[in-house]
Write a protein that binds this ligand. Structure first.
Ligand code: SAH
Length: 241
């Protein structure tokens, strides 16, 4: 399966491109059936090391050897890695984002992480800014570990951040009310719009630590909690058992 974005259906890529060319961009709007309309500040996609969260800074400090930056966007993490004297390759399904990364001096290619024809061996795979989102949904998690297995060197690790969305389901007594008949509670559907560019809806996964641990073990991976952020967000390291 090869699944890259068409420029005319790539709102985030268009916003990244605009911001890089003009130093400013319009509103990057986010829609979800589960939330009110939201906005991603495009400027934040161009954050530098000092502007990154502790989770991101920790991941970048730990990353070593040949590094794969998955869903790299504007290339902010790859550029920060370069400043730390580290080598990375960046991939993204957005041709517009990849064009910007190349102009910024990042080694980037238009590649779907799940495309089996994408090969390579990496010591560290980084997936940041709710990097688990790229897994899409729980049904794709086996596929995710299969791809990780193909791309990691012996002793290699994945550094990935996620958030536990349970706080969205908290009731007044402090308990949690989940719809047990529905999809996993961290499975979201989003679409984005920038100017008149409307993207296709896509699945985006927020996975809690216990569920991630369960699936990691099932597919032969250890998971270590490296850091917890201030709002149910956390960084993990995955490695082969
Ligand atoms: N990591 C960047 C960008 C996060 S936005 C940052 O922290 O600023 C998520 C990015 O993942 C988008 O640029 C999107 O195009 C890309 N993406 C989504 N699915 C992908 C996939 N299957 N393979 C590669 N990149 C993907």
């Amino acid at each position: 399966m090869k699944n890259v974005l068409d420029d005319c259906k790539d709102p985030m890529g268009a916003a990244i491109y605009d911001y890089y060319k003009n130093g400013k961009a319009g509103k990057l709007r986010v829609f979800s059936p589960d939330f009110d309309e939201d906005e991603i500040p495009v400027k934040e996609l161009f954050r530098d090391f000092g502007q990154m969260s502790q989770i991101e800074q920790l991941a970048l400090r730990r990353a070593q050897g040949q590094i794969l930056d998955v869903g790299a966007g504007s290339g902010c993490h790859s550029l920060a890695l370069k400043e730390l004297g580290k080598n990375s390759k960046a991939i993204d399904i957005s041709g517009l984002a990849v064009e910007v990364m190349r102009q910024r001096g990042v080694d980037a290619s238009v590649t779907d992480f799940f495309d089996p024809s994408f090969t390579g061996t990496f010591d560290t795979i980084i997936m940041l800014m709710n990097g688990a989102g790229i897994i899409g949904n729980i049904g794709n998690i086996g596929n995710f570990f299969e791809r990780v297995d193909k791309l990691l060197n012996d002793g290699g690790v994945v550094l990935m951040d996620s958030s536990d969305l349970k706080y969205l389901y908290e009731d007044e007594q402090g308990g949690y009310v989940f719809n047990l008949a529905g999809d996993y509670y961290g499975q979201m559907k989003y679409s984005m719009k920038y100017k008149n560019i409307q993207g296709e809806p896509f699945d985006w996964l927020y996975i809690d630590f216990d569920t991630l641990s369960y699936y990691s073990r099932k597919y032969g991976y250890n998971v270590v909690l490296l850091h917890e952020g201030e709002h149910y967000d956390f960084l993990v390291e995955l490695s082969r058992i």
